[in-house]
Write a protein that binds this ligand. Structure first.
Ligand code: ZN
Length: 261
């Protein structure tokens, strides 16, 4: 079984650490800060064997250098001039063998041009697939479109939406309640969303992470994955004043709306 543990960093980042249950070897995804990772490794007597990077932003890469001073290990990540520490550049279709599982690389540009995700069907033990998707798909929302275009980001999100519904979605931030507040504004009639808000609110009250989510939950409640839904098209048209019902345009309208929500 793959155990995936959040290490909190900064204000609301999750650095995801994974290992095979019972093993001391582990991998860290997006170590924006080395200190909490080193503390966690030491406290739990773990041995870091690799680093996975999803994109170049400092809150995902800032700890690499310091970790490499302690551990001589490979750094997997996009082939990007912005991340010189990547020793093993990967791209769409690349496969990484780790702890008996195969992680597949998906290119998902939009938030940044170099953004990638790591997916494993983890079928060795018939458990749910695992997705590390950085700042592209969030629980209840999606990342801002900084470097790409809206159609590019929408296409990347659609790629993630095609993954098996039971896939566990490990995104890099605890933005869920703010995302769900926006989702409520777009789809006030969505009953599944109302239930999700209650569930995730109770988790936050206990200071528990609302992540991982799943593709199934996102397909039912995340407006950015549902740009062909009549309720969302109507909301996008009302807010933007444009009449287009093309999914790209609906996505652009609600993403811009969320930017100033
Ligand atoms: Zn980012």
């Amino acid at each position: 079984m793959l155990e995936v543990t959040p290490i909190k960093a900064f204000y609301d980042n999750y650095l995801w650490l994974f290992q095979r249950a019972g093993s001391h070897d582990c991998v860290i995804v997006d170590p924006g800060d080395a200190e909490p990772v080193l503390q966690f490794l030491s406290k739990n007597s773990l041995n870091l064997t690799a680093i996975f990077i999803t994109h170049h932003h400092a809150d995902h890469t800032g700890g690499i250098e310091k970790l490499l001073k302690e551990y001589d290990i490979p750094v997997y990540g996009p082939d990007s001039a912005n991340i010189p520490a990547v020793s093993h550049p990967v791209k769409e279709g690349s496969q990484i063998q780790m702890f008996g599982e195969i992680f597949k690389v998906l290119e998902i540009p939009g938030h940044t041009l170099d953004h990638i995700a790591y997916y494993t069907s983890a079928n060795k033990d018939e458990e749910s697939p695992v997705l590390f998707c950085g700042d592209t798909l969030f629980a209840g929302g999606c990342g801002r479109v900084f470097e790409g275009t809206h159609p590019m980001m929408y296409k990347s999100l659609q790629k993630l939406a095609q993954l098996p519904p039971e896939t566990r979605v490990f995104c890099a931030h605890e933005y869920t309640m703010a995302n769900l507040a926006f989702a409520r504004a777009v789809t006030p009639e969505n009953e599944t969303l109302k239930k999700r808000v209650q569930r995730d609110e109770s988790k936050r009250e206990l200071d528990q992470p609302t992540v991982p989510s799943s593709i199934k939950v996102e397909l039912a409640t995340n407006p950015f994955l549902r740009c062909e839904d009549p309720e969302i098209i109507a909301a996008a048209q009302r807010h933007s004043g444009h009449s287009s019902d093309r999914p790209d345009d609906v996505f652009a309208a609600i993403r811009s709306w969320k930017d100033s929500f």
